[in-house]
Design a protein around this ligand. Structure first.
Ligand SMILES: O=C(CO)[C@H](O)[C@H](O)COP(=O)(O)O
Ligand SMILES: [Fe+2]
Length: 255
């Protein structure tokens, strides 16, 4: 995660029309993606015609998810960044088809595998980034040994299963602990994140935000902007705090 936070991934008007709204996504290589805060849209129960976000978070429960990736790629104006949230047993079995379909990141649940190291290696060898998720009942220390080998940690803020659930604020200490231990790790939160709960996530240190139902139920663009702004402000404050802390440590040393 960058220390200097710029504008997140922009949602722009596209020449192609998808239903009533027109959106496009920044290419993963676009330099404007290089910011510390990202807002993802969960499409578990979304109207695909009105998507608009920095990246797409696809919730996968079954064997058909890679077909969805292929189909979305054909429909969207530019290549979105696909973060696959694999809520499946034996996530090992879907790495190759998911990669072939064009997914960018494979986020699996630590609880679902007996050999995280082999799975991480396989995901990388198949050209995808690695996301590692933990369910609400899993302690964050269980994830820590893998933190240096992954691109993103996902702290679930609802029980995995369906959209529209209540945000679990008691997961925030996990996010805070991870942010403290791993200052540059991308930390995603998923479940019940909306304009009322985003402040908790951002203050705890999450910089990759998934939101599903609330984005789809209101004006996607303004909700996404609000989530992003709260997230950026918190990241900037963290940067400043770290800087001030460094400055005061230097002068204390000099004295
Ligand atoms: O992984 C998920 C549920 O298991 C979804 O990504 C999550 O629920 C997002 O939807 P919402 O913002 O509606 O809670
Ligand atoms: Fe999800």
């Amino acid at each position: 995660m960058d220390e200097v936070v710029g504008i997140g991934l922009l949602v722009e008007q596209s020449p192609r029309t998808h239903g009533a709204q027109r959106y496009t996504y920044l290419n993963p290589n676009d330099e404007r993606r290089a910011s510390g805060c990202k807002i993802g849209l969960s499409i578990l129960n979304s109207d695909l015609a009105s998507l608009g976000a920095d990246y797409l978070h696809l919730d996968a429960f079954c064997s058909q998810h890679h077909l969805l990736v292929e189909s979305l790629q054909n429909q969207l104006a530019q290549d979105p960044f696909f973060d696959m949230h694999m809520m499946v047993s034996r996530p090992e079995q879907w790495v190759k088809p998911t990669a072939v379909a064009g997914a960018n990141q494979y986020t699996f649940h630590l609880e679902a595998t007996e050999n995280p190291a082999a799975l991480i290696k396989d995901i990388r060898e198949n050209g995808m980034k690695v996301g590692l998720a933990i369910k609400p009942g899993t302690t964050v220390e269980y994830l820590a040994p893998w933190a240096h080998q992954i691109d993103m940690a996902l702290v679930m803020t609802v029980e995995a299963g369906f959209g529209g659930q209540k945000f679990m604020e008691d997961m925030m200490p996990k996010v805070h602990w991870l942010r403290t231990q791993f200052p540059s790790l991308d930390i995603e939160v998923d479940g019940g994140v909306d304009p009322d709960t985003i402040h908790k996530c951002a203050e705890a240190g999450a910089n990759v935000i998934v939101s599903g139902s609330v984005i789809m139920s209101e004006d996607p663009r303004s909700v996404i902007n609000l989530l992003r702004n709260v997230c950026l402000e918190a990241a900037q404050k963290r940067s400043l705090d770290r800087w001030n802390h460094k400055e005061s440590s230097v002068s204390a040393y000099e004295i």
